[in-house]
Design a protein around this ligand. Sequence first.
Ligand code: PRX
Length: 700
Amino acid sequence: MAASCLGRGVVRLLGGLRGVGARGLAAPRLWGSASAPAAPAGSYQERIALAASEPAAFWGPLARDVLVWDTPYHTVSDCDFRSGRIGWFLGGQLNVSVNCLDQHVRKSPESVALIWEQDEPGTEVRITYRELLETTCRLANTLKRHGVHRGDRVAIYMSVSPLAVAAMLACARIGAIHTVVFAGFSAGSLAARINDVLQPHGPDFCQHPEQPESRFSPEPPAKCKVVITFNQGLRGGRVVELKEIVDEAVKLCPTVQHVLVAHRTDNKVHMGDLDIPLEQEMAKEEPVCAPESMGSEDTLFLLYTSGSTGTPKGLVHTQAGYLLYAALTHRFVFDYRPGDVFGCVADIGWITGHSYVVYGPLCNGATSVLFESTPVYPDAGRYWEMVQRLKINQFYGSPTAFRLLLKFEDSWVKKYDRSSLRTLGSVGEPINHEAWEWLHRVVGDSRCTLVDTWWQTETGGICISPRPSEEGAEILPCMAMRPLFGIVPVLMDEKGNVLKGGDVSGALCLSQAWPGMARTIFGDHQRFMDAYFKAYPGYYFTGDGAYRTEDGYYQITGRMDDVINISGHRLGTAEIEDAMADHPAVPETAVIGYPHDIKGEAAFAFIVLKDDAGDADVVVKELRSVVASKIAKYAVPDQVLVVKRLPKTRSGKVMRRLLRKIVTGRAQDLGDITTMEDPTVITEILSAYQEYKDKSGAAQ
Ligand code: PRX
């Protein structure tokens, strides 16, 4: 099938549209324009100091000038980490899709918003701001006709494509809340995100006094009514059965009323009672849709991410602060200039895709690349051939991909012209020296600015990065280095004391609110407080450790909790353990992360079998497939070791740190094991591990 398919439905639809001209545009707005100055005047140091000491004086004028508003805000910020109240630009009203589309269509409708680099090598589709606005409006009208109202949730389970971006923006246009689910997640994970249990918010739930109609309303919001998907996806030349996965998921989701199915391939899929052909419905709609005027603190989207305990949390990002932060960090960090082609190769299912494929670049009127494929399809030159063909100016990717690519000959890079590149960015996990050097020297010809950017789903945008900085300031390898404007990092020792000075390591906290940060966890504000504000009262705890140099630069040292990072994908080890726990032959498991050459980290599972479990190899195989079907393929442990017992404290807690030491070859130095119930377990596990290594050439 689809080798030559160009995402027919979408492309046909885009090609067949008449221009709407000024008729389709939202009325001119009060305040603001994206071509306004990017930051208040002053040197870098002065701006950093102002953002830290007087956040309102720093962010207020930026919000006024950069965003377009329906109603000006009256209060720049009202934030208190002790109570978990976070509000920015209160009283203001705006529409995010107007900021990302209408304002640019008014000025230059034919400038290119998206370049869709399709899976099929060498095929690209360009979509102008006018086309994207029209598609967004048709999709927004389709959603409305199918009963989606302001405040409703819409799940988007789609591969990277213009239609997926239009789906996000269509939700924003009508005030619906989108939750994009990475199209590599299983049916079970998708269903869990659609169904996320809503607790009616109790009286103590933080209701922002200035925006009573916002997400903090005591009325529980509606459950997810609509899922948007493709018939199939394409990735690395392979077909992904997206619709089949959605079919399985919605069997478990009683609130879903419609599944809107677009076509990425020409193949027919079974259409059931819930299913509606999306392009056909969109063709019936007007390419014009009046935008809802949203409060600054109304919810824009939910994005689920893993923590060290419990099910994934739906982080809530709101309208104005998030958009402003995504747009400004996009300009500051990457040195984005009008006319540039910005290439972030992240999937839209992750926060990087939200902030630096969709919202930041589009708010800035940029041309943003949508990358549907993989770094090695059809060969290891894929990224660089694309850079040459699309003349990409900024390239933003993950250390996992860089580590994979550097194993191939440099000629895969060098045969393509990369002279358009100015900035190279890395995100999602620590970048090791080899990968940093390769990116800098081979890809960037030692002339591009390389930014290792640290941030999280929770932070909404980049928080620590070598740029912005004073003109030409040094960049040290493998270091995120400098906090962005308004980010005030603090390192804590184990007792919760703030560490002063340089050459210190501690728990990385941020002491001051910034506009892009998540506001709560959907339906569970207490969990938000417990996860981020309990460990160090008055501070946001990131979950990461960091080292500060004598010069005040930051280097991230990794997670301090039971979260692991597999190929830049964040996972709680408890999630993998929970997935395996249902197996009747496996009473106990413990999962840890261990260093992996390409993936950064991989999962290692220790499992205990019942006496009558039967063939251990069969059980291990079953466990692997359970994890793939309950979470996702990337979550499947690379190593599974059967042990008789797990190391535990006297109170019954599994001592994962000991397992980590065994797997990373540090068993000689187990540290304090006085709380251990039975130290002979260690000898048992060590000999099982040795045998396993001898047999399989395992990790380490
Ligand atoms: O541990 C840090 C790691 O990724 C975590 C955030 O994951 P997620 O919410 O999925 O967002 C990833 C994309 C922003 C962080 O807590 N991380 C992210 N960037 C870096 C990093 N670790 C080291 N260096 C980075 N540049």
